[in-house]
Each structure stands twice: as structure tokens, then as C-alpha cells.
Design a protein around this ligand. Structure first.
Ligand code: EPU
Length: 421
């Protein structure tokens, strides 16, 4: 298993190209199940999760070919199998994104219920309730969610849950509704840019969706969708992570292709900390003041501060000049990085879904364990500034969502290398 070895202390300087969004790519690939003909997806990140989604789609009768770096060609060739099996679903929760399109197009979907997850309890009740509202019958058989229908009919669907809207439930209901009869209105829909990107693709294929990017999405059902070419939006979480990398190393990075309008809350938080963020002709320029101010942050659904940047922000605030408070409102148990950051000299105290961060002057290198994707990114960031050597084990978690992160960081001056053990 690969590890990352980092010697901290280098200021990062230079340009990093931001890749395509993982969380846009995965539902977009699943959406191809709804279409006839060929879809070409551009700006597809080269990630383990994308590979896994490709494998799942292949099992569901879709031919998936990477025709050039960053470009996938997909086409449905066989609609006879509608069963997403546990072996793949258990490796990647986003497999659940095939539920809506399978139901919408094939009128039957059998998808293994995702199990436990490192970032906490992640139910799929909203996905199922949304599909039931459209007219599907639900059964749980041998650990699989089974949805069947003779015909789906448009209706009103409320997708607000105890922690706000749900990103992939919105994607699933939208995908189930595009071929339904009549109009569907999703209330309390997720507003994330990844959901909006999915709607842009579906509309280009012939769907009639409006209101995407707002909490009220209206979908007028159509008879058929035709595959098209689509370019995936840049990954806002990768961009946010590198913004924090510039901040934590007191460096200056140009993030080519990053979109500030997708990162409003994160940029606001970074500016309050003292990180300078400017829009440029090609993306975003980030540089940092020497002194970092402590702040309070609460994660929220988009456009609030993203839970997917919570761990990375904690690494930055660990070095602020005073006490910060970080509250997690999406996944109250997403704190596996806290104990690891404390091993590196951070002073973090967890109180329920809140972490009190007492800023320290210096982090120190240590052997640490990657747990989930974003927690692992936080450890990389901490390692970049920690005194001495940090060794991060289980980096396969990082490879799921960051494309060659060590190469991108090394190119701007970080002392980081992948070691095969
Ligand atoms: N929830 C329910 N019931 C449901 C679905 C969700 O109660 O049926 C709850 C969840 O437990 C959570 C909240 O609603 O408390 C929001 O979860 P959501 O459904 O929005 O999460 P998701 O769609 O499963 C996506 C991203 C995650 C990201 C979250 C929140 C993808 C493939 N995954 O997950 O990304 O953290 O939205 O923004 O889009 C990551 O990239 O590291 C990652 C985990």
C-alpha cells in the first residue's frame, strides 16, 4: 500500500491546474443510463471513484471508453441487467446514483443498500421516498433496494431531511423524473453546482428541467433523451483544498480553471482568516498573510461552507493566532482527522458536532493514518507545514478524490513523494 512522505516547511509557489469535479462526474456518468446514442464527457478526472463508476456502468450494459486523457465515451448497449451489486456499491457510495436513472429508463432498479461509512451515518431514505412519490413500489430484498414501476408520473417531491437537502437524492429524483409523464416539482432540492451541472447535461440531451441551482427544480417529462457532448465543471473542493495549501504554507498559488463563484463561502472564510483570494483571467490567485486570524465556521448545504472542506480548514485554523470554533452540520461525526491532527501537535477538542481549535505556533511531523478522503487531504495540508517528516498511510483514500495530488503539490515546491511499501 502506498504512503506519502512529506517534509514540511516549503512555501508553495506556482500554478496548479484544477481538474474536473468528481462529484459532478459520478452522477453525470450514471445519467448516461437514461440516454440513447453516444455521450462524450470532457474534463473527467482520472480517479479511482470514476474507474469504479465505469465498472458499475459496464455491468449495467454501458460501454465506457477513455478515448483520451480526460475524455470518456459512453453508450448504453444492453438494458437487460438493472442490478448494482454490493461488491461495487460497498466500495463506493456514489453507486447509488444509478438508482434514479435505472428506474426512470428501465422501470426497475435493484441497488445494494450502501453500508457503514467512515464519515458517519448516511441513510438513503430520501432517495427512496422521492422515487416512491413518482410511483415506484419499494422492497428491500437481501440487502438490496428494489424499486419497480409500470409508469412514473410527475408529482411534488419534498427532499428536505434532518440535515437539509440531499445532493445525490436530488440527482436521483431528477433523473427518475426526466422520462416520467407530466411535471415533477422538487422542493428543498440541493443547490450544489454538481446538481446544476447534471441538469445542464440532461437538458442538452433533450430534458426539460428548470430551476436547477435553486431549492425548487421543475422537470417536465419527455419521451426520450439523446446522448451529447458535455464538459464537466471544475472541482471546487480540489480548488478549495489548494487554496488552503497556499494559506497554510504562506505561499502564493495560481489555481487555473478554478471558479470563485462556486466557492463563495470558503473564500469568505479564507479572507476572514487573512488569506488573500483574487479572481484572475484564468482562475484564482491565492496568497497568505503571515498571521492567521481565528474564526468560527459552520458547515451547511450549498452555498454555505462545504462539509467537504471542513477537515482541510481545521488544519489551517490549527495554526491561527487564537481560538477557532468549527461546527459540522451535515455529518456530525465527520471528525476522524481530529485525533490525527492532534498527533501532529494541534490542540483540538471535540464537543459533540463542534471542535474547539486552540491555535498553535507549529505542527510537528508524525506518522498518521488517512481515514476518509477529505480527512486525508487535511493531513497532507498539515504535513506541508509541519516541522520534520510526516508519513501518511492508506493514501488510497486520497486517490479516490484527488488526481495525482502529490505531483501537483511537488510541481509548486512541496517536498512530498509517494512511496510504495
Ligand atoms: N441524508 C438523509 N437521507 C438521505 C440522504 C441524505 O438523511 O436519504 C442526510 C445525510 O446523512 C447528510 C445530509 O443528508 O447528513 C446530506 O447528505 P447528502 O445526501 O447531500 O450527501 P451525498 O449526496 O451522499 C454528496 C457528496 C459528498 C458530500 C455530500 C454533502 C457525492 C458523490 N458525494 O454526498 O462528497 O460530502 O454530498 O455535500 O456527490 C466527498 O466528496 O468527500 C463526499 C463525501
Amino acid at each position: 500500500m502506498d504512503v506519502f512522505e512529506i517534509h514540511g516547511g516549503n512555501r508553495l509557489r506556482g500554478t496548479i491546474q484544477i481538474g474536473g469535479s468528481k462529484n459532478a462526474a459520478l452522477p453525470l456518468m450514471a445519467a448516461v443510463l437514461l440516454t440513447e446514442g453516444e455521450t462524450i464527457l470532457r474534463n473527467v478526472p482520472d480517479l479511482k471513484d470514476v474507474e469504479l463508476m465505469g465498472e458499475l456502468l459496464a455491468q449495467l450494459g454501458v460501454s465506457v471508453r477513455r478515448i483520451e486523457p480526460g475524455i470518456l465515451r459512453l453508450r448504453v448497449e444492453d438494458e437487460s441487467n438493472s442490478h448494482a451489486r454490493y461488491e461495487l456499491v460497498s466500495q463506493m457510495r456514489a453507486s447509488v446514483c444509478v438508482l434514479g436513472p435505472l428506474l426512470g429508463k428501465r422501470k426497475t432498479a435493484r441497488v445494494a443498500m450502501p453500508g457503514g461509512c467512515a464519515i458517519g451515518f448516511r441513510p438513503i431514505d430520501l432517495h427512496v421516498r422521492g422515487c416512491q412519490a413518482l410511483g415506484a413500489d419499494y422492497d428491500l430484498a437481501n440487502g438490496d433496494v428494489v424499486l419497480k414501476t409500470k409508469r412514473l408520473a410527475g408529482t411534488e417531491v419534498f427532499l428536505g431531511g434532518p440535515f437539509g437537502s440531499s445532493v445525490t437524492a436530488t440527482a436521483n429524483v431528477m433523473m427518475a423524473a426526466v422520462l416520467a409523464e407530466g411535471a415533477t416539482v422538487i422542493e428543498s432540492a440541493a443547490c450544489e453546482p454538481e446538481v446544476a451541472d447534471l441538469a445542464v447535461y440532461l437538458n442538452a440531451c433533450g430534458a426539460r428541467i428548470s430551476g436547477h441551482g435553486t431549492p425548487r427544480i421543475v422537470i417536465e417529462g419527455v419521451d426520450a433523451l439523446r446522448g451529447v457532448e458535455h464538459t464537466i465543471i471544475p472541482d471546487r473542493i480540489e480548488a478549495g483544498t489548494f487554496m488552503i495549501a497556499a494559506g497554510i504554507t504562506n505561499g502564493e498559488l495560481e489555481l487555473a480553471g478554478a471558479r470563485l463563484d462556486h466557492l463563495v463561502a470558503a473564500v469568505d472564510a479564507l479572507r476572514r482568516v487573512g488569506v488573500l483570494v483574487k479572481r484572475t483571467d484564468t482562475g484564482v490567485n491565492v496568497s497568505a498573510a503571515r498571521r492567521l486570524e481565528p474564526i468560527e465556521i459552520t458547515t451547511q448545504p450549498y452555498p454555505g461552507f462545504p462539509t467537504d472542506l471542513q477537515a482541510q480548514m481545521m488544519a489551517l485554523l490549527a495554526l491561527a493566532d487564537g481560538n477557532s470554533v468549527l461546527t459540522e452540520k451535515i455529518y456530525p461525526d465527520r471528525f476522524l482527522h481530529v485525533a490525527e491532527l492532534n498527533r501532529m501537535g494541534a490542540h483540538l477538542r471535540k464537543e459533540g458536532p463542534t471542535v474547539i481549535i486552540e491555535g498553535v505556533k507549529q505542527l510537528v511531523g508524525a506518522p498518521v493514518m488517512a481515514s476518509d478522503l477529505r480527512a486525508s487531504a487535511a493531513l497532507v495540508l498539515a504535513g506541508l507545514i509541519a516541522k520534520g517528516r510526516t508519513v501518511i498511510q492508506r493514501v488510497y483514500h486520497i486517490d479516490r478524490g484527488y488526481e495525482r495530488i502529490e505531483e501537483k503539490l511537488r510541481a509548486v515546491g512541496a517536498d512530498i513523494r509517494r512511496v510504495k511499501t
